[in-house]
Design a protein around this ligand. Structure first.
Ligand code: ADP
Ligand code: MG
Length: 616
C-alpha cells in the first residue's frame, strides 16, 4: 500500500531545513527513527569502523511497497504529514521527508523493504544519490537499509570525521537514547561484528534501564510519582538525592517519545533537585513528558532535538513538583533500612546507658511537641563562642537537660510528623572515625555518616521551616553593629531585607551603603557576626549569578546561612550522636547536605564481602 507523497512546495518550505547528515551517528539516528515510526518491534543496528565504512539498520516494521521504496528517496517525500496544519501536532519522530534522500546522496546506499502481507519485496541500490538498480527482493517483511562508504563523494566532509572510537561512541549514545525512549522495542547493536548490546522488548521502563545501564543504577533511582498537570503527564525515574554526574550524559529526557535537549527542562530539574544536587553536577534522569502535541513545536531544528514549548513556565513547575515529590519519597526507603531487630545504641563498656530512653521512646505524640519546644529553647542558651553541637535540636532530649516550658504553641516540623518513630529508632552506632564519620550498623551493613554534612542538613531544614513560620529565634544585640558594603551589595541587601528579617537578621539601611544590624539568629556566633554577615552576602551574590531571581529566595538564603553557621567538627557525646542521627533521619531529604554532598554512605554486606574476597 502506498503511503508516501511529495509535500507541496509551500509545506516543504515551512519545514525546518538543513543538513541532517553530519556523521555516522546522525545516519543511525534518522534510520532508527524511521524504524520506530514504522512500528517495528525489533531493530538491529550494525556498524563497521565507526560507521564510516558501513551502517546497517534492519527492522521488522510495516515496510514499503515498490512505489514508496522509490518515492522515499525523493526530497520532501513523506508519509507522516500532508499539510502545514499537520506541522502543529506531530506525533511521529520524522516529518521532513529529507533523511533518506540526504543519506543516499552521500553514500552507497541499499534499501530492501517488504510489506508484511506482500509476496515479494523491493531492493533499490543508490550510488551517491543516483538510483542504479531496482529489483524484487526476497527479504523478510520489514526494512533493511545499508549505508556504505559514508561521504565517499564528499572528501572534505569525510575528513571531519573523528576517530572510529569517537564516532562509534556517538552512535552508541544515540542508540541508548532510542532504547530508553522505547522500552517496548527490542534493540540489537553490533559494532565491528561484536555484539555490544541485545535488549529484549521490556514491559516496564525499569527493566530497560536495568538491561542497558545495570542493576546498580536502578537501585540509585526513584520513580516519579504519577502526577498529571493540566495537559501534561510526567513519568519515569530520576537519581535519588546525592546521585549525580559531571556531565549530562545520563540525563535522558523525552517529549512525546522524542529525545530532546531543552533548557526549560534543565531548569526545572535543577530547581526540583535544589539542595539534593551538588554544585556543578547534573542529575541522572529518565524523564518522559507526555503532552498535547499542539503544545510543543518540534519543527525548530532539522535534527529535531530542539523543541519549543507553548507554556514553558507550566512545564517547569510541573517538573519541579514532580522531582521534589519523588525525592522526598526516598526518605522512607532509607529510614526503613534503619529498622533493625535488635537496634539501639551500642553501649560502650562501663558507661551509663543514656540511650535506653532513646531506643524505646514514649509512643504518644506529646513528647514530640515537647521536643519541638526543646528545640525552640536551644538558642536561649548563652551564645557560645564556637558552634555548640549540643545546641542541636532534640527529637528526644536526654534526661539530663530537661526542656524548659515555652508558652508559645508551635507546630511540629513537617518531617517529624511524616516519619513514624519506629522508622528511626532502630540503628546501632558503632563509633566515630576521625571525629567526623559516624559509623553505624543497619540491616544492610555499614553506614557512614558525615556528621558535619548531617548537621548542615538538619540546620538547613530547621531554619527553612522556621523562616516559613517567621519563627527564627533571634537575639537582640546590646550594641548594634554597622556594616558598610559596596553599592552593588547594598542594592542586594535592600531588596532582600524582608527575607533577611524572616531569618532573624535584623538589618536596616543606615545611609550611603551602611547598614545597621541589631538582631542576629541565635545560632550565630556573636564575636564574628560581622564577618559572618559579609560571608553570607558574598556567597549570596555568587549564588545570584548562577541562580535565577526566583530561586534566590528563602531556600538559598537558609542554605547559605547554615553553611556559615556550621563550624568545624567537634567531638560529640553519645546522646548527641544519637540525636544527630535521629534528627537527620527525620529530615525531608536526609541523604545529602543542602549543597548536595552525601550525608550518609551505605556499604552493604555484599560490597564488604566482595572487598574481602568472600564473594566475587
Ligand atoms: P520522514 O521520516 O521525515 O518522513 P525520511 O526521508 O526519513 O522522511 O523517510 C521518508 C519516508 O520513507 C517516511 O515517511 C516513511 O514513509 C518511509 N520510510 C522510511 N524508513 C522506513 C522504514 N524503516 N519502514 C517503513 N517506511 C519507511
Ligand atoms: Mg525519517
Amino acid at each position: 500500500m502506498s503511503r508516501i507523497h511529495l509535500l507541496p512546495e509551500e509545506v516543504a518550505s515551512q519545514v525546518a531545513a538543513g543538513e541532517v547528515v553530519e556523521r555516522p551517528a546522525s545516519v543511525v539516528k534518522e534510520l532508527v527513527e524511521n524504524s520506530l515510526d514504522a512500528k517495528s518491534t525489533r531493530i538491529e543496528v550494525a556498524i563497521k569502523r565507526g560507521g564510516s565504512s558501513q551502517i546497517v539498520v534492519v527492522d521488522d516494521g510495516i515496510g514499503m511497497d515498490r512505489d514508496d521504496a522509490l518515492l522515499c528517496l525523493e526530497r520532501n517525500a513523506t508519509s507522516k504529514i500532508r499539510s502545514g496544519e499537520d506541522l502543529s501536532h506531530i506525533l511521529t519522530l520524522g516529518f521532513r521527508g529529507e533523511a533518506l534522500p540526504s543519506i543516499a546522496s552521500v553514500s552507497r546506499f541499499r534499501l530492501s523493504t517488504r510489506e508484511r502481507e506482500a509476496l515479494a519485496g523491493t531492493e533499490v541500490l543508490v550510488n551517491g544519490g543516483r538510483i542504479e538498480t531496482v529489483r524484487d527482493g526476497g527479504e523478510a517483511p520489514g526494512t533493511q537499509i545499508e549505508v556504505r562508504s559514508l561521504f565517499y563523494n564528499l572528501p572534505a566532509r569525510r575528513k571531519f570525521l573523528r576517530s572510529e572510537n569517537t564516532e562509534a561512541s556517538h552512535v552508541e549514545h544515540h542508540l541508548q537514547l532510542q532504547a530508553i525512549g522505547h522500552p517496548e522495542v527490542g534493540f540489537v547493536y553490533v559494532r565491528d561484528e561484536r555484539l555490544v548490546f541485545q535488549l529484549a522488548p521490556a514491559r516496564h521502563l525499569r527493566d530497560r534501564i536495568r538491561d542497558l545501564c545495570g542493576a546498580q543504577l536502578v537501585e540509585q533511582l526513584v520513580e516519579l510519582p504519577e502526577l498529571s498537570f493540566e495537559g501534561l503527564k510526567l513519568r519515569g525515574f530520576i537519581g535519588k538525592p546525592g546521585v549525580s554526574r559531571s556531565t549530562r550524559a545520563q540525563q535522558y529526557v523525552f517529549v512525546n517519545g522524542r529525545a530532546v535537549e531543552n533548557s526549560t527542562v534543565n531548569f526545572g530539574l535543577r530547581e526540583g533537585y535544589h539542595t539534593a544536587l551538588m554544585k556543578g553536577q547534573h542529575p541522572v534522569t529518565f524523564l518522559f513528558i507526555d503532552m498535547d502535541p499542539a503544545a510543543v513545536d518540534v519543527n525548530v531544528h532539522p535534527a529535531k532535538r530542539e523543541v519549543r514549548f507553548r507554556d514553558p513556565g507550566h512545564l517547569r513547575e510541573a517538573i519541579v513538583e514532580s522531582v521534589k515529590t519523588a525525592l522526598e519519597s526516598t526518605r522512607t526507603d532509607w529510614s526503613n533500612a534503619f529498622t533493625m531487630a535488635d537496634g539501639g545504641f551500642r553501649k560502650p563498656e562501663g558507661k551509663a546507658a543514656p540511650a535506653s530512653k532513646i531506643s524505646s521512646p514514649a509512643p504518644d505524640p506529646a513528647p514530640r511537641v515537647e521536643s519541638v519546644q526543646a528545640e525552640m529553647e536551644i538558642p536561649s542558651a548563652p551564645v557560645t563562642l564556637r558552634h555548640d553541637w549540643s545546641a542541636l535540636p532534640l527529637q528526644n532530649p536526654p534526661p539530663a537537660t530537661p526542656p524548659k516550658p515555652v508558652e508559645t504553641s508551635v507546630t511540629p516540623p513537617a518531617a517529624s510528623i511524616k516519619s513514624p518513630k519506629s522508622e528511626i529508632q532502630n540503628f546501632k552506632i558503632l563509633g566515630v572515625l576521625g571525629k567526623l564519620y559516624v559509623l553505624m550498623e543497619n540491616a544492610e551493613g555499614l553506614v557512614l555518616v558525615d556528621q558535619h554534612a548531617a548537621h548542615e542538613r538538619i540546620l538547613f531544614e530547621q531554619l527553612r521551616r522556621r523562616m516559613e513560620t517567621q519563627d527564627v529565634p533571634a537575639q537582640r544585640l546590646l550594641m548594634p553593629l554597622t556594616i558598610t558594603v559596596t553599592p552593588h551589595d547594598a542594592d542586594w541587601i535592600t531588596r532582600n531585607v524582608e527575607t533577611l528579617h524572616k531569618m532573624g537578621i535584623g538589618i536596616e539601611p543606615f545611609g550611603s551603603g551602611t547598614f545597621m544590624i541589631d538582631t542576629l539568629p541565635q545560632f550565630m556566633r556573636a564575636s564574628d557576626s560581622l564577618q559572618l554577615i559579609r560571608d553570607i552576602i558574598e556567597e549570596l551574590r555568587e549564588t545570584s549569578k548562577t541562580t535565577s531571581k526566583l530561586r534566590l529566595g528563602e531556600d538559598v538564603i537558609a542554605k547559605t546561612v547554615c553553611r556559615a553557621a556550621v563550624k568545624a567538627n567537634d567531638y560529640l557525646r553519645e546522646p548527641e550522636l544519637v540525636r544527630l542521627i535521629q534528627d537527620l533521619l527525620a529530615c525531608e531529604l536526609p541523604y545529602c547536605c543542602p549543597h548536595g554532598r552525601p550525608t550518609m554512605i551505605q556499604m552493604s554486606y555484599g560490597e564488604l564481602e566482595k572487598k574481602f574476597g568472600r564473594k566475587v
